[in-house]
Structure formats: C-alpha cells, structure tokens
Design a protein around this ligand. Structure first.
Ligand SMILES: NC(=[NH2+])NCCC[C@H](N)C(=O)O
Ligand SMILES: [Mn+2]
Ligand SMILES: [Mn+2]
Length: 297
C-alpha cells in the first residue's frame, strides 16, 4: 500500500488563474496525514516545474498555451509510469484538467490496457475547432482518446490511451454543442447528472466500474472537483449548478476502493482563490481517502 503524491501546478489550461495553487491547498488540508492514518506509506515527489503564465505570450487563441502544456504533459507521462512500475499508486494534484493528458498517457503506458472513470460537470471533449474558449482543460478527455491537435493527442507516444468502451464520463451537465457530437461519435459511455438523479449513484458506479474494468489491467480515476455541487465545492474555476452531493461523491469513491481496480488517481481544478476556507481542498482529501479505502468503521 504505497502512494506517491505529485503536484502539477498548471493553470495555463483554464481561463481563471489560481488552480496552480490547488496542489498546495490539498497538501495543506492534511493529505499525507489522512493517508498515513489509513495505513499507506506516502511519498511526496513535490511539484513539477511549470512555466509562469506571466512570462508567456499566447501564440494561438484557439489552443492557448499548447506548447507549454504539451511540454509539461510530456514530462508527466514517464514519471507516472515510473511510479506505477515501482508499485506506487500515483496521486496527482492539479492544476487544471489539462494535466490529465500527461497522467493518463503515463498510466496507459504502464498498464497497456486502462479504463478511465472521469468525473466532471463538463465533457472536456472539445478540439481546437469545437472549443468556445480555446482552453485546453476543456479538451483533455478528447485528446486522451485521440481527438484534436496532433501534438496533444500524441503525448506519451501513442494516440488513443484507452478504448472508448472502457471510458465512463460521469456527472456531466454542461457540454458545448459540437463537443456533444464528438462525444457521441467517440463511443465513450456517458452518465449525465440526469441519469444519476434517475438511477442513483450506486447503479451508475456499478456500471462505470464494469466498463472501466472489462478487459483492462486497472482504472485511472480523474476527478474534476466541479462535478460536485458548487454549494459544497465552491473553490473551482468553472462551477455549474446542480452537481452531485457530498455523499454521492464519497459513495462513488468508496465503490472505486471496493473494486480493487484503482491504479492511478487525480484531483483537479481546485482553485483556492475562489474557495471558502479551503473546504474544496479538504473535500478532495476526504475523497482521496475514500477512494484509497478509508472505511467509516
Ligand atoms: N476541466 C474543466 N473545468 N473544463 C471546463 C471546460 C469548459 C468549456 N466546455 C470549454 O471547453 O471551454
Ligand atoms: Mn474537467
Ligand atoms: Mn469541469
């Protein structure tokens, strides 16, 4: 039971500044202590170097900071693979959601076949052509599945990090029109917030875990804190009303732990500037503990 924590303080993929501080906020909320209490050996690698937005001129408004984000992701991928080969579960702290292009590449390279459960209010399936914002954090799931800019798609070496039938996108309620078409075309499994209301998180997670486990060597869980309702998780840059509850989020993580398939875990989009006394980071810590096996009794 070993966890290796890695901070990736990228905020270049999002419009609002401040998610780069997410990793510090999550560590400050006693992450290491919480994991040690449930029996983990925890090593903290520290943060990856990320260039400062103030020093960079945007070259392309349709793919903002692409060069820098790709460079960070290319450094991330081999590091994640290495942690996994050493027997650690990587626990990655964002940063905005663009970092997943690198983490998923690394996880996929280490495992060969990986399933992805992606929690998000958004689809993160835009491309340069469909994105209304040009922000790469809205493109990272699509890029991981082979859609979009060649350089983004090729991070870590191979195009298409998982089979679409092994991917579950959960909690979505804000998808751009052309993004929706791409999502449908891709064939990934989508569970909207409406379906969670209707079927309950338990059934959705049973399906999602099956989807992500079927024929794979393990599951990568990518957790965008904006999947949770903003009344519970206010410290995010792109909040959308009507998100999942505190307990639904925990139940989902508890079921991930029970599946014994978790190989790589990340929490992204925590923005301490917009938070209320660090409660969103504290929630990320308690969710991490649940995903890694913390039990009520
Ligand atoms: N990871 C996120 N919070 N993504 C938000 C994406 C918002 C919007 N769909 C866009 O592409 O700009
Ligand atoms: Mn996201
Ligand atoms: Mn989101």
């Amino acid at each position: 039971m070993k966890v290796k924590v890695l901070g990736i303080p990228v905020d270049l993929g999002a419009n609002r500044r401040g998610v780069d501080m997410g990793c510090s906020a999550i560590r400050y909320a006693n992450l290491q202590n919480g994991l040690e209490k449930i029996g983990y050996h925890v090593e903290d690698y520290g943060n990856l170097y990320v260039p400062n937005a103030e020093k960079i001129k945007i070259k392309k408004t349709s793919l903002k900071y692409a060069e820098e984000i790709i460079e960070v992701c290319e450094r991330t991928a081999p590091l994640i693979s290495k942690f996994m080969e050493e027997g650690f579960i990587p626990l990655i702290l964002g940063g905005d959601h663009s970092i997943s292009i690198g983490t998923i590449a690394g996880c996929s390279n280490a495992l060969g076949d990986v399933g992805i459960i992606w929690f998000d209010a958004h689809g993160d399936f835009n491309t340069e052509e469909t994105s209304p914002s040009g922000n790469i954090h809205g493109m990272s799931l699509g890029a991981s599945l082979g859609y979009g800019d060649e350089m983004l798609v090729k991070v870590g070496g191979k195009k298409g990090k998982a089979r679409p039938e092994n991917v579950a996108l959960i909690g979505v309620r804000d998808i751009d029109p052309k993004e929706a078409e791409l999502i449908k075309e891709s064939g990934i499994n989508v569970f909207t917030i409406e379906q969670i209301d209707f079927m309950g998180m338990r059934e959705i997670m049973e399906l999602a875990i099956n989807i992500a486990s079927n024929g794979t060597k393990g599951i990568h869980v990518s957790f965008d804190m904006d999947v949770i309702d903003p009344s519970v998780a206010p410290g995010v840059g792109t909040p959308v009303q009507g998100g999942i509850s505190y307990r639904e989020a925990h139940l989902a993580m508890e079921m991930v732990a029970n599946s014994k398939m978790l190989k790589c875990l990340e929490f992204v989009e925590v923005n301490p500037i917009l938070d209320n006394k660090n409660r969103t980071a504290e929630l990320a810590v308690s969710l991490a503990c649940s995903a890694l096996g913390k039990k009520i009794i």
